[in-house]
Design a protein around this ligand. Structure first.
Ligand code: F6P
Length: 328
């Protein structure tokens, strides 16, 4: 889109896994757009809904009383068809026919890739808002929903610790994170776990056993091992089996699953997503046609979307070291 052509109408969608705080971001986008005199549309079910033309005009009341709700009022999807350039052309034509000048995409890595392609191939102005509980998007220190997901998981592990202590048991608690270690490591630090298993690090059974035994030696009678689910949920059961086969260690498994994706967003998630929605709309108006809202050193700012397409550089060593040092 030409730089001097003014944006008059925008649409917003959520894509990929939902995350607590997405509703606050939608509310912020809609109300900032209205304050700026723009028309604003909500697209249902992510890119799939865009292709189906599931697009509705929104007003200030469409986003009333949603801040405190988890999930997304627009719903979301993982749309495989959007990997195809022809499909993206179709999507751009739908936006043009509806006279929608720009698109706000709230989602994770896959959603950002789709948005970037839509801009580079079809010249549709796009702006991303990082929404995923995994906190794994490059270019931003934070993604919406992470704080709430960690809080949910920590509360659950605290409860598990109570029963683990009462029965002197070892629990293997599986948290979300198909490719991301972030939730597992944070939960590990915040719950005093003995060990954390996360993607791209081979499970070291000898180390897990020695960590558990070390605690037991000084009188600790319960242990927690936090496991990121990895590619296929249920990894915790495999670890349980191997710990028994290799070391005769009996353990219990608890898989937290999708409860981590739901629930009331924490104030941190509400605040950051409100700031991001606002900056996203202001950014589009100012002519940022391929950007993303990012949280950098405690501030929300706009960064080039292309800098956010990969996975975040990892902070594993520090967090893992912390778990190991503090659980002796
Ligand atoms: O959205 C991110 C995430 O929750 C990952 O942590 C998890 O591995 C994956 O999505 C699960 O996806 P789905 O809900 O599609 O099974």
């Amino acid at each position: 889109m030409e730089k001097n052509k003014k944006i008059k109408s925008i649409a917003v969608l959520c894509s990929g896994g939902d995350s607590p705080g997405m509703n606050c971001a939608i509310r912020s986008v809609v109300r900032t757009a209205i304050s700026e005199g723009l028309e604003v549309y909500g697209i249902k079910r992510g890119y799939s809904g865009l292709l189906e033309g599931a697009i509705e005009k929104m007003d200030a009341s469409s986003v009333g009383n949603i801040m405190q709700r988890g999930g997304t009022i627009l719903q979301t999807s993982r749309c495989k068809e959007f990997h195809d350039a022809g499909t993206r052309k179709e999507a751009a034509n739908i936006l043009r026919r509806k006279k929608i000048d720009a698109l706000v995409v709230i989602g994770g890595n896959g959603s950002y890739n789709g948005a970037f392609a839509l801009h580079s191939e079809q010249d549709i102005p796009v702006i991303g808002i990082p929404g995923t509980i995994d906190n794994d998007i490059a270019g931003t220190d934070y993604t919406i929903g992470f704080d709430t997901a960690v809080q949910t998981a920590v509360e659950a592990v605290d409860k598990i610790r109570d029963t683990a202590h009462s029965h002197a048991r070892t629990f293997i608690v599986e948290v979300m994170g198909r490719k991301s270690p972030a939730i597992a490591l944070h939960v590990g630090v915040c719950t005093g776990a003995e060990n954390v298993v996360f993607p791209n690090k081979e499970v070291d059974y000898d180390e897990i056993i020695s960590d558990i035994k070390r605690g037991a030696k000084r009188g600790k009678n319960s242990s927690i091992v936090v496991v990121a689910e990895g590619e296929v949920p249920g990894l915790a059961y495999k670890i349980q089996e191997n710990l028994f086969d290799k070391h005769k260690l009996k353990s219990h498994v608890c898989i937290l699953g999708h409860i981590q994706r739901g629930g009331r967003p924490s104030p941190i998630d509400r605040f950051i997503s409100s700031r991001m929605g606002y900056e996203a709309v202001k950014g589009l108006i100012a002519g940022n046609y391929s950007s993303a809202a990012a949280y950098v050193k405690g501030e929300v700012e706009l960064v080039p979307l292309k800098d956010c397409l990969g996975k975040k550089a990892e902070q594993r060593p520090q967090a893992y070291e912390l778990v190991k040092t503090l659980s002796i």
